[in-house]
Design a protein around this ligand. Structure first.
Ligand SMILES: Cc1cc2nc3c(=O)[nH]c(=O)nc-3n(C[C@H](O)[C@H](O)[C@H](O)COP(=O)(O)O)c2cc1C
Length: 401
């Protein structure tokens, strides 16, 4: 079983992750991790913190000479900002004056602060926000890079782009856009808001600038596209094996992502079945390409409103997911809250913060989706060594024709 754990506080010494159940023989270079870590730090609307942190992973176990060993993988991502927090976040002894100076007692509406202090019995919100911070997603992006490295061996790509920002919309990806699914991220990375359209990018940036001037924050929608998947990942046989459920859970586990849809789920709910379900065709040779140029297996669809998943299983069309992110809770013009030490009404804390992080969240979205797809792939074709997984996969492809 492909599992992982992450650890680390936002201003602590280091973030770290351990992955277990990852096969031997997968090619992984630390540059692949660093590339995605850097992509997570970009995006119009980020705050000063991201200028301080230049994330780099250090693989400390499980890889030798660029190939995984089959033993547990471990990595670190150090927090460069720790030098400024050493006397507040030290595991042993801290400077009481400095700790008091950084104490937070005014929980932010929309954040983990209030429920966190109540649940864990803290009187300093910092003890909550240090881990509840989306800095945690750094480690999941690194785990996702390992997952992508595995999927690379089977030509499965996981890409993303932003389709709405603060109410400004841009087109979702379709095969008719002329963009191969595997190229979506490369093109999106050229835009500061990870939007595929130039006009959309310009309008989104204008919207962010306005929010900045108004000292407000924004949310948005990003799309994740998985291509090259064979039919049959996930299963209908138990509720928790359903691939759509797993992917939606993974997306909603990203801080501030409050909803996710598979295919055009929301629009489908208002349409009759005749305009929703994707008709099935068998490949004959000169038929039109499938809805997403996915060429795994003998069947294809001309539409993909199901988003590539039926009955909790991939159906060999590209998997299309959309995630809905709320605006960031830390506001430079803070909302009202209650001071937990005095009980008095006060303005919420204004920890250094971003204005909008939809582009970064979309990179995290790629990672969490890649982790789930890799997990489902290993459950289906798994083995301890890549060579056996390949043989299992090829055998399956041969059987389904
Ligand atoms: C990449 C990324 C960066 C984020 N940066 C911030 C930030 O700078 N300030 C903030 O208040 N929230 C930020 N958030 C959102 C909060 O972490 C999130 O709203 C909070 O943990 C509460 O969880 P919930 O919104 O899922 O309920 C960010 C989210 C993501 C995905």
């Amino acid at each position: 079983m492909f599992t992982f754990l992450t650890s680390g506080e936002s201003h602590g010494k280091s973030l770290c992750g351990i992955i277990d159940g990852f096969p031997a023989g997968v090619s992984v270079r630390v540059e692949q991790l660093d590339r995605d870590l850097a992509r997570r730090q970009l995006g119009y609307g980020r705050g000063d913190r991201m200028k301080i942190e230049k994330d780099r992973a250090e693989i400390i176990a499980g890889v030798r000479g660029g190939k995984t060993l089959g033993s547990p993988l471990a990595f670190l991502v150090r927090n460069d900002d720790y030098v400024n927090w050493e006397r507040v976040m030290n595991a042993a002894v801290n400077d009481p004056e400095q700790v008091a100076g950084k104490l937070v007692s005014n929980p932010r509406p929309g954040h983990a602060d209030l429920s966190g202090v109540l649940k864990y019995g803290h009187d300093d919100v910092r003890n909550v926000l240090e881990r509840a911070s989306a800095r945690e997603t750094t480690t999941r992006v690194a785990v996702g890079a390992f997952a992508k490295a595995l999927l690379d061996h089977f030509d499965i790509t996981v890409t993303s782009h932003v389709i709405a920002f603060g109410g400004i919309e841009s087109d979702p990806w379709t095969p008719q856009s002329g963009i191969a699914p595997g190229q979506i991220s490369e093109l999106a990375d050229r835009s500061e808001v990870r939007c595929l359209s130039e006009d959309g990018s310009r309008r989104m940036i204008e919207r962010i600038e306005r929010a900045k001037q108004e000292k407000d924050t924004l949310g948005g929608i990003f799309e994740v596209v998985v291509a090259g998947v064979p039919p049959g990942l996930g299963s209908y046989t138990q509720w928790n094996r359903r691939l759509d459920a797993r992917l939606v859970r993974a997306l909603v586990s990203i801080p501030a992502v409050k909803g996710a849809e598979v295919g055009t789920a929301v629009a489908n709910s208002a349409l009759p079945g005749s305009r929703v379900h994707d008709e099935i065709f068998k490949r004959g040779g000169d038929e039109p390409p499938s809805a997403g140029e996915n060429h795994v297996g003998p069947y294809y669809r001309k539409t993909n409103r199901a988003g590539g998943i039926e009955g909790g299983m991939s159906n060999a069309e590209p998997i299309i997911l959309r995630a809905f992110k709320k605006p960031i809770p830390t506001m430079m013009r803070p909302l009202w809250t209650v001071d937990i030490s005095s009980g008095e009404p006060v303005k919420a804390s204004t920890e250094r913060s971003d204005v909008a992080t939809v582009p970064a969240a979309s990179v995290v979205g790629e990672a969490v989706v890649a982790i789930e797809i890799a997990g489902a792939f290993l459950e289906e074709f798994g083995g301890s060594a890549l060579v056996d997984i390949r043989a299992n996969y090829e055998n399956y492809l041969k059987r389904i024709g």
